[in-house]
Write a protein that binds this ligand. Structure first.
Ligand code: ARG
Length: 562
């Protein structure tokens, strides 16, 4: 039972007509310690009972079951609860040790489906740091949703269709070298794509060639389809390498091309409902009712667009998964676009468009520079991950040269550093990424949290991993209470992170817990033999368990030694 429920339950003995939830909603957190840990104001009862609040408080206090509290006192119109810290603490530790894996779980979702559109890189292009953000934020949100009993469905909506493939094929026709592509597919294709884009101004005919190739692709031309399949397969292979490194799995890789045969229905529906308007040959949907610019769903040459595919996607997902929420983890630069998407679906009469949520995130710059794929100054994710692992390896070599599985740990720390660096920031903030900062073992980093966890594990090993189950877990010093209070807030933190789709709340929580633990570690002689030794070790175990759980929610590993 969490503290708040404990207070509400005690109050309910005196207020049997109120529900626990109602009582909880009335509870306040006093500003100073001298008014206790929780306060229950009685003003709202005055009218009904025809009595002064002071009097009500005085009467209630007689009826409240005070067991389990240090004290409960009436203070004017308030009833102040002072938690019996040692007892509350022991209860929290016991709960964690009994089932560390499920600690913090709660049931908000009742197993309802939530689709999460995430990562979604574009084929024939390197995966950028922007796609990294979508991948790790989406993955963390999926983990958090699962923890609160939703059923997350992770979808990699690959950008595998669109006019850019026409351009790429035109470029390949002019400069393509099959061997070179085979040797290094993504980089080579990327080079062609950049070349055709940079030279397009001098050569207007390139654009026409691109359009022509895309038309061929849409018409199912054999050579165009062969090239497309080849580009796609090679790209996916490379993306998989990154997903393996990040240990992220998907439930579906249905990308844009999957919806090619599903867009007619959308256009037909729009037409039937008289929503499809012509504007200079193009098909548009008026969204002025929503204060938005019209959405273009068909180009003047009849070809479809990103929007058309997303309309078909949304409908397909609703039918396929019956989602209760449909999330799109996509950069903030597409916010307007997603407003248009939702509005178009609403106009079509799909009331479930309200269940669609764009989860935007800020731009990631690298050492202050923006990353773009069209001009080619991209930062490749794989390079960054490799570099980070190398840095982690160096630090391990300095700090712990005898570590047995150093390469494996370096991988977990290097990758974890990047993931954590991304997730500790509120997702809408822009991030300037500096690798050296992210991989540091001190400061607000993933390795710092991982290190606190490893330190806790090492203490437990040193103590011989004693059996803590039957021990007296009461602790009454201020520093351990600081930690226990945090441990008790884990579930509440998870709940907020789930409701706000914001993993940074978990990241910040993990940092606070690691910091509190390091302070404790610095000031307390944990392993000294006295009658609280087992209680202290239980605290260490609980910290280790909760840090590991919080990191896991973020998709970061917690090595036992580093
Ligand atoms: N491929 C797109 C991009 O890189 C992101 C796709 C997001 N998902 C979607 N259903 N529109 O910008």
């Amino acid at each position: 039972m969490d503290e708040k429920t404990q207070v509400a339950t005690a109050l309910q003995t005196a207020l049997p007509d109120m529900s626990i939830e109602d009582i909880k909603n009335k509870l306040e957190r006093p500003k100073t310690n001298k008014n206790g840990d929780y306060a229950f104001p009685t003003f709202f009862l005055a009218k009904e009972l025809h009595k002064a609040p002071q009097m009500i408080a005085g009467e209630l206090i007689e009826k409240i079951d005070q067991t389990g509290f240090e004290k409960v006192v009436a203070a004017g119109p308030y009833i102040n609860f002072f938690l019996d810290k040692a007892n509350v603490g022991a209860g929290i530790l016991k709960e964690i040790l009994a089932d560390p894996e499920h600690y913090g779980n709660l049931d908000l979702g009742h197993q309802a489906n939530v689709t999460i559109d995430m990562s979604s890189p574009n084929i024939a292009k390197p995966m950028s740091m922007g796609h990294l953000r979508s991948t790790v934020i989406g993955n963390a949100i999926a983990n958090i949703m699962k923890k609160v009993n939703y059923n997350p469905i992770k979808i990699d909506h690959l950008g595998d269709w669109g006019t850019q493939f026409g351009k790429l094929m035109a470029a390949y026709e002019m400069w393509g070298d099959e061997e070179a592509v085979k040797a290094d597919p993504i980089n080579t294709l990327q080079k062609y794509y950049v070349k055709i884009n940079t030279e397009a101004d001098e050569h207007p005919e390139y654009a026409e060639a691109g359009r022509e190739w895309f038309r061929k692709l849409e018409d199912g031309d054999e050579e165009a389809v062969r090239l497309w399949k080849w580009f796609r397969a090679e790209s996916l292979k490379r993306f998989m390498k990154v997903y393996d490194m990040l240990d992220v799995q998907f439930d579906s890789y249905n990308g844009e091309a999957f919806y090619n045969d599903k867009m007619d229905e959308i256009l037909q529906l729009l037409n039937d409902k008289h929503l499809l308007q012509k504007s200079r040959g193009a098909g548009i949907v008026d969204l002025s009712k929503y204060d938005l610019n019209p959405a273009m769903v068909q180009k003047s040459d009849g070809s479809t667009l990103y929007m058309t595919r997303d309309l078909a996607t949304a409908l397909f997902r609703k039918r396929m998964y019956g989602f209760e929420q449909s999330l799109y983890v996509v950069g903030a630069e597409q916010s307007y676009y997603f407003q248009q998407l939702k509005a178009t679906l609403a106009t079509m009469g799909f009331t479930w468009s309200k269940q669609i949520h764009h989860i935007p995130f800020g731009l990631m710059t690298l050492n202050g520079k923006k990353m773009s794929t069209r001009k080619g100054n991209v930062v490749q994710l794989e390079e960054v991950l490799d570099e980070s692992i190398k840095l982690a390896r160096q630090q391990i070599a300095e700090k712990n040269p005898d570590l047995a599985n150093a390469d494996q740990v370096a991988q977990e720390v290097g990758v974890g550093a990047i993931v954590f660096h991304d997730l500790k920031n509120e997702r809408t903030n822009s991030i300037n990424f500096k690798l050296e900062d992210a991989v540091k073992f001190e400061g607000e980093t993933g390795p710092y949290v991982q290190y606190a966890h490893a330190r806790a594990e090492s203490l437990l090993r040193k103590a011989g991993n004693p059996d803590l189950a039957g021990a007296d877990l009461k602790l009454n010093d201020e520093e351990s209470w600081n930690i226990i209070k945090l441990l008790g807030q884990y579930q509440e933190t998870i709940k907020r992170a789930a409701v706000k789709y914001d993993p940074s709340l978990i990241g910040k929580y993990a940092l606070s817990l690691a910091k509190a633990f390091n302070q404790y570690y610095a000031h307390t002689r944990i392993l000294v033999d006295d009658d609280q030794k087992l209680a202290r070790l239980a605290l260490v175990q609980a910290v280790s368990d909760v840090l590991k759980s919080a990191l896991a929610l973020l998709g970061v590993k917690a090595p036992d030694e580093m």
